[in-house]
Design a protein around this ligand. Structure first.
Ligand SMILES: [Zn+2]
Length: 203
């Protein structure tokens, strides 16, 4: 069976390229040296620190980004650690107040009003940490949704072609239900079909 991969908009084939090829053309990595500065802790106090580090960067062209198979996943590990660190003061207050309640004979310490005030105080200190952990949980859920949908999105994404003459993408045949064949789409519209197939068009 012959598949017609001519562009549905201009009818030509000379500037047709498969979408994965266009995408990989537009993504490159480079490595270089980065200088950093900061403050370190030494025996005699805080000292300025300067140094350099090798970093790797990914460059993506606007075209490659507009034909991306999926949105970028957002890192979770670092903000989870941050959230836990922000919870430490609240934890410390809880431990200290339990310790002081256990050792004190003051009946005031077990008073309901006192306990409610303490709970409010601890809640106030814990709020930023809980907020950051909440953001981390939302990111994790979004990342999971992208990972689960990637397989379906990939089969739709990889069977498409892009016409450099018209700047539009199309499918020579329909790769999945609801994806029209031989119809030219702007990159953003094309991407919506792919992300929708992966179930993450709205993340
Ligand atoms: Zn064309």
């Amino acid at each position: 069976m012959d598949i017609d991969i001519s562009c549905p908009a201009c009818g030509r084939m000379d500037l047709i390229q498969s979408v994965p090829a266009v995408h990989s053309d537009g993504v490159s990595t480079s490595s270089g040296m980065d200088l950093y500065s900061g403050v370190g802790i030494a025996a005699n106090g805080l000292v300025p620190v300067f140094g350099s580090a090798t970093v790797e960067r990914t460059h993506t062209t606007a075209l490659a980004r507009s034909l991306a198979r999926e949105p970028n996943q957002r890192p979770v590990a670092r903000i989870t650690v941050l959230g836990l660190l922000l919870l430490l003061p609240a934890l410390l207050v809880v431990v200290m107040s339990i310790a002081s309640a256990a050792t004190s004979n003051n009946p005031e310490a077990t008073h309901v009003g006192f306990l409610a005030g303490a709970a409010l105080f601890v809640g106030g200190i814990a709020a930023p940490g809980l907020f950051v952990l909440g953001v981390a949980a939302l990111r994790g859920r979004r990342n999971g949704r992208i990972s689960r949908g990637r397989r379906n999105a990939h089969s739709v994404w990889q069977s498409a072609f892009y016409c450099h003459r018209c700047g539009s993408a199309f499918w020579p045949f329909s790769p999945a239900p609801g994806v029209p064949a031989r119809q030219a789409f702007a990159p953003q519209h094309f991407r919506w079909f792919v992300w929708n197939a992966g179930g993450y068009a709205n993340v």
